[in-house]
Design a protein around this ligand. Sequence first.
Ligand code: TTP
Ligand code: MG
Length: 439
Amino acid sequence: MDATRLPGTARPDQVVAHVDMDCFYAACEQRRKPELSGEPLVVGMGYEDGETHGAVATASYEAREYGVESAMAISEALERLPRRADADGDADTGIYRPVDLDYYESVAAEVKTILHAESDTVREVSIDEAYLDITDAVGWDGAAAWASDLRATIESEVGVVASVGVAPTMSAAKVASDREKPDGLVVVEPGDVREFFADLPVDEVHGVGPVTARQLADLGIETAGGLARADPEVLESRFGERGREIWRYARGEDTREVTPRGDPKSLSRESAFTEAVEAIEEKERKVTTLAAAVADRAHRKEARYQTIGIKVVEPPFDVHTRARSLPGPVADADLVESIALDLLSEFAERPVRKLGVRVSNLDFSGGEQASLGGFGDGSETAETAANGSPADASASTPEGQASLTAFDGTESNGDTDSAATSDDGVDDTDGQASLGDFG
Ligand code: TTP
Ligand code: MG
């Protein structure tokens, strides 16, 4: 399809995808306890088992049918959906669980790794949400099929469900991902943006909250289409500069481009086997390929790294991470390979369905820095590190330098910030989600 120029879009052919996980914290709980799937499930912040304090972080879509929603007091949620007393379960009762953020961040990191494999331009905006610029990687012709494949990959590889919106602008993509939640996919092609917005309630326009929506209703504006047709002068006099901004958004105009923030905290590649593999040779082959790919990625980004790690997924979703830190940053593909293989040896006998290699503790200072005093000597460090061979996350290298990091989970937070709990935590994981490329 030919790209149609829209007034106010940053690039005429821009293709933006917005990915947002469905009832994310609840979905994570359901992944870890499949018997919770399909149940009314409430995840409470500041909530403890059996108590009534705290607030709803999220609720499964089954629980939402009882009127339970994010930010509601747990006490109120309990009135709408009483707590289930025993495992057999009564009708019209729900299961309540406390938030386990470390776990959700580890799941989010797996999703983000897949997203970073899809495009070089990914902006993570919250734990369960990201924008991707797929203009070059996919384009309009393949956008719908790509989004459908992406959703399938996330569900099969991570075990949680994403809704995806694809549109020519960030604001339209965000609205689109929300449109058919849960389990939704909406593609808004360039010529259709105005029409797509026309009948939406005005509070779905980016930048319009409940207060502004009420004020707009006073002006007789209830839909995005109505807002788009309103006089921008009137809006500006009423709401200031923001008035013109929401008018533009309602018209599908949005000049923002998807920009990743900051330098990546880590670089990684991962790849799944079609089915679980036990043979060590096959695992080693994959780790060798992944190690080379990660080292190459770091080379292209002019990054040196001080920590080298692997991720091993045992079926179904049992994620193990091992890492080893060096005394100083290096850029050495052989070292990435030898350490990764050494870390893998612990899993020689175990069934594995997915492997990953990651470098972190990145240094972008480039070659101008003073000599590292031998830290760059790969073979020597490799030998030392290989001898150290820490077999689990509590072990340390002989130099006592171990800062063992994880791809996900609590230990990664200070290091890779991979779960992107905030806007500025960008983990440029460059994962390999497809089976073909490295197989
Ligand atoms: P959202 O994406 O807003 O919500 P969600 O993923 O639970 O549901 P949806 O299917 O509508 O996308 O937020 C992501 C997570 O952030 C959510 O699972 C829990 C957390 N959260 C809170 O802790 N408090 C809140 O008020 C909201 C809105 C979300
Ligand atoms: Mg969500």
